[in-house]
Design a binder for this molecule. Sequence first.
Ligand code: CA
Length: 402
Amino acid sequence: MSATDLTDHPFGLHHLPYGAFSLPGDAGDVRLAVRVGDEALDLRAAGAGTPWAEALRGPTLNPLLELGPQAWAGLRGWLQETLADDGGRRALAEHLHPVDGIRLHLPLEVRDYVDFYASEQHATNVGRIFRPDGDALTPNWKHLPIGYHGRSSTVVVSGTDVVRPTGQRRGKDDPAPVFGPSVRLDIEAELGFVVGGSTPVGSRVTVDEAEHHLFGVALFNDWSARDIQAWEYVPLGPFLGKSFASSVAAWVTPMAALAAARVPLPAQDPEPLPYLLGSGGSLFGLDITLEVRLNGTVVSRPPYRGMYWSPTQMLAHLTVNGAALSSGDLFASGTVSGDRPDQRGSLLELTWSGAEPITLEDGTTRTFLQDGDTVTITATAPGPGGAPVGLAEVTGTVRPAV
Ligand code: CA
């Protein structure tokens, strides 16, 4: 593809997401790449002799993440300039591989993983389902971005099968706990944020500083076993109902590619405490529209732009107690749900806890996931000059319990 062909491509020069790949027959040789249209540029080879060569030599983005925002901008600028130039492009041609012919790997070593709960609509729906007689939102919800620490070692790359988890549940008609495969396996359509730039224990990252630690975003599916979750979560929150698998897209979209997608946050009332406000200029939402497919049928189009908390507020809150950041930390937004029923980001909400099954294009119905089901989440955002930014898909297929 020429540079002009890439102008309107969802993975064009205005996007340039990062990933990791191997070639057929050599799965052990994992290299970093940047996606250019329908090709992947081998960054280990292309980056040799550049100021970023050392950080691009390994199989993960972690060394590049540690270099910080000036290096990220420098590398991105060099890539855009070089790839837009015919001569520069020709010089790199031997390092370009069609994406159809490569295998993608998890592009970062996930250090800590935190999952937030930043959609007011999602939190309200869940509150109504689980606590029909109480307030939908808990008293703390509008004062802090609620989150929990998940299990980083079970964050898997898009395309990885998800084995149905087994565990304890106790339904409302069960006289005693039951052990067995989850019967209420769900998805949560989310946006993941990749963090770079380590900070020491005992320090804080302010809202204004947080942006310098946001490297990029990747679509995220927080698979959830609702029956295991419901029985275990009081009083300490999600545990085994979430930690069996969390899928992340194979390509990480740089924050710089989303400059045109920034939107103001919804009004925050009551006003959050000062540490969550910063100077005001660092608070933003993102105009990203997700699309959730179940076995090919679009079941939801959740809009990220209505999310209540800014990613900078989430990161500031995460460190306000002195918790350290590591390059390779990952935090996810929480389920993205909009105002309308067809904008809900989980089956729990789409089927109202199983009471209202959805119908797929093949005529079958679902409340929760069946073995063999494939869930794929994609998204688009406005790019510069109207060109779309297409976030790489996150997909996974449910396999039977073992
Ligand atoms: Ca979640």
